[in-house]
Write a protein that binds this ligand. Structure first.
Ligand SMILES: [Zn+2]
Length: 431
């Protein structure tokens, strides 16, 4: 989908709906704007239900201050306008009060962004705007100071967050990543583990930014099997996104086809709007011409080469499992029988190894180890089919959620060794 061809009012409705659906704003809270090439600001209205905005509700403000539309522009129009004036590179501003970021804003703390390569890349460094009355010129000044200093994100004490970017979709991506990151840190604290913060040097030397260059090929035909696989993958990606197992541009699915080639998700394309034609085919180590696969493509290929029994892989950053990935807390799947049967012995892999030691990682997968937690990075699950891998990811995330919640109730009691043996016998699990 080409967002730059969409009218600003339609972009605003689309993103507001997405923010509301994902529980990141209340009906009355939050406002978004876009500055178009003519200098007009398109902005959400004041006091209108954010859950049911239509194109007619969006307000247009001309450079001379003339207001066009059936409502009143958001009360926060002054700070939106202020940001556009001092930062010509910013074309969209997003302001909201999502729960986890507000928690940080109440504690007057900024989320740590150096927790994963993606969070460091997307969120960068964050400014702080002190408390002022909403809609006031003083609030506009506090926020503008942060953007003038070069920040694209400003935390607002006892209020929320403001994000500026070159497009509304980029602003949304930062917003979603930052809210997920804030939630992740809250859950990691509940786990009582020590949070591991990455250093700039570790990030630079890890190879996490490396984009593998593959030779390309032009497919002669697309089999019905491949078309069915693309369709199923797209359905599950959208499901993974709506269930918050995937982020807007994070999360990789791949699936082996019967001729030995495999299909994989593309790099960066928004998971909420992905279509079957966006999926990338990899054949004999070559990539479908004109497309860019997810950066973990070589890890996927190596695992398929080594394990004939694995037909699907998912690499993701689900928030509850990630709380284990960014702390030293061990993830023990012996919570309920279903979790142990699906997840067995999940192993943790030190940060960076998923980039530097692909063969070792591929060798670590086995029937008794179908899930790896890459420290400060992601989680990877294998499956005999796409739905099997997806189920495993869901079970992992539910289990992680339950363990974190249980910590607030009492000590977690795992299923004991004898009970595990009984499960292994009853369900024919190999060692
Ligand atoms: Zn506000």
């Amino acid at each position: 989908m080409r967002f730059d061809y969409m009218h600003p009012a339609d972009q605003l409705i689309m993103i507001m709906e997405r923010i509301y659906k994902h529980g990141m704003t209340t009906t009355s809270g939050g406002n978004l704007s876009i500055m178009d090439d003519q200098g007009d600001i398109w902005i959400t209205p004041s006091g209108i239900d954010k859950g049911s905005l239509t194109r007619q509700d969006i307000m247009q403000v001309k450079p001379d201050g003339t207001v066009i539309g059936i409502h009143t522009p958001s009360v926060e129009l002054p700070f939106h306008a202020h940001i556009y004036k001092i930062r010509p590179d910013i074309k969209a501003v997003l302001h909201a009060h999502p729960p986890a970021l507000v928690a940080f804003s109440l504690a007057r703390k900024v989320p740590e962004v150096y927790l994963t390569p993606a969070s460091a890349n997307i969120c960068g460094n964050i400014g702080i705007a002190g408390y002022e009355v909403p809609g006031s010129a003083a609030l506009g000044d506090r926020i503008a100071e942060q953007f003038e200093a070069g920040h694209d994100i400003a935390m607002m004490w006892n209020h929320g967050v403001v994000i500026g970017s070159g497009s509304l979709f980029e602003a949304f991506k930062k917003f979603e990543t930052l809210e997920t990151l804030a939630k992740l840190q809250i859950d990691a604290k509940r786990l009582n583990g020590n949070i591991r913060v990455l250093t700039q040097q570790l990030l630079e030397t890890s190879g996490s930014n490396h984009m593998p260059l593959l030779e390309t090929f032009v497919p002669k035909s697309i089999s019905s099997e491949e078309k069915a696989a693309r369709r199923e993958m797209v359905q599950l990606i959208k499901r993974a996104y709506s269930q918050k197992l995937f982020g807007a541009t994070q999360g990789t699915f791949s699936q082996r086809l019967s001729d030995g080639s495999f299909i994989i998700t593309p790099y960066r394309i928004d998971r909420a709007y992905i279509e079957p034609e966006d999926i990338v085919r990899i054949q004999n180590g070559r990539c479908e011409d004109g497309k860019t696969p997810s950066r973990s493509v070589l890890l996927h290929k190596t695992i398929y080469d080594l394990h004939k029994e694995i037909n699907s892989l998912i690499l993701a950053h689900p928030p509850y499992i990630m709380a284990f990935a960014i702390t030293d807390a061990e993830f023990d799947s012996r919570t309920i029988p279903e979790s142990y049967i699906m997840l067995r012995k999940a192993k943790k892999i030190p940060f960076g190894k998923s980039y530097s030691s692909i063969l070792d990682i591929a060798n670590t997968f086995s029937e008794s180890c179908p899930m790896l937690i890459f420290e400060n990075d992601s989680v990877m699950v294998s499956g005999t089919s796409l739905i099997n891998a997806f189920d495993r990811l869901e079970v992992a995330e539910f289990s992680a959620h339950s363990i974190i919640a249980a910590n607030g109730i009492g000590d977690v009691v795992p299923i004991n060794d004898e009970e595990v043996k009984d499960i292994e016998v009853a369900f024919h699990l190999e060692d």
